[in-house]
Design a protein around this ligand. Structure first.
Ligand code: SAH
Length: 236
């Protein structure tokens, strides 16, 4: 947690917050902060700044907040990722948030296990929590948008063309001949496949709406490794 992310309901006065639970534990056990110390703080979807610890006990911490700086800019990037195993899903969402994606879409695909869609990790609360973990790691406050696309074909035919219009359209595919472009500045919509890969029909459906299959080479990478390498190559 490189930034303590504050929510509107944490405020007990205009400049003071009171925290309990996970954030209190982190401040005490990881930061080892004491009364009078300052921490990096930010308010969800607002500015970042410094927080002075004005009260601290086993139950609560109170922080006086002053916000002066804008959060870091986002990348002009939408990540569309086929739903991975639930445990991996958490890491994918937190990492995509941390790396600065503006928007994420979790997509179904032929090789996605049906049972994954029943996972509690797809609850609103968990999807929010994982993005908050990514924001705290990155020192960001702006929550990326996140949507679930439960049906591949209608999403790709009807919604993705609108979402991806005016952007560079790429689908990451280990079998592609074209290498993934590097150091771009334009907006991009990047599609990443399931752990079993996309089937040829799915690649064709994406190609039909202007997505180019691109590769990082012949090594098959895990979803979250591929995602981080792709974003790094495209933008960082
Ligand atoms: N056996 C599958 C591997 C899927 S890995 C296959 O052959 O397609 C999960 C996803 O990560 C892939 O669908 C792709 O989007 C991405 N990925 C993994 N390794 C990659 C590579 N070397 N180049 C481009 N994308 C890759």
């Amino acid at each position: 947690m490189n930034l303590v992310l504050l929510l509107p309901e944490d405020f007990i006065s205009e400049q003071h917050v009171r925290l309990t639970g996970r954030r209190l534990e982190h401040i005490v056990n990881v930061h080892r902060a004491k009364l009078g110390d300052t921490l990096r703080v930010g308010v969800l979807n607002e500015k970042v700044g410094r927080g002075l610890i004005t009260a601290l006990d086993n139950q609560t911490v109170e922080i006086e907040v002053s916000l002066e700086q804008e959060p870091p800019p986002k990348l002009p990037l939408t990540i569309v990722v086929a739903l991975p195993r639930p445990k991996v899903l958490n890491r994918v969402i937190a990492s995509a948030t941390c790396l600065g994606a503006s928007r994420m879409i979790i997509l179904n695909a032929w090789k996605v296990e049906k049972s994954y869609w029943k996972s509690l990790r797809l609850s609103e609360a968990n999807l929010l929590h994982q993005r908050i973990i990514g924001l705290e790691q990155a020192g960001d406050t702006v929550l990326p948008k996140l949507y679930l696309a439960r049906f591949f074909a209608p999403f790709v035919q009807n919604e993705l063309p609108v979402i991806a219009s005016q952007t560079l359209r790429l689908v990451a595919h280990p079998l592609a001949i074209v290498p993934c472009p590097a150091c771009i500045i334009e907006p991009c919509t990047l599609v990443i496949g399931p752990e079993g890969g996309f089937i040829p029909n799915e690649i064709q459906a994406l190609e039909k709406i202007g997505f180019e299959p691109v590769s990082l080479g012949t090594r098959t990478l895990r979803t979250e490794t591929a995602m981080a390498a792709l974003i790094g190559r495209l933008y960082l």
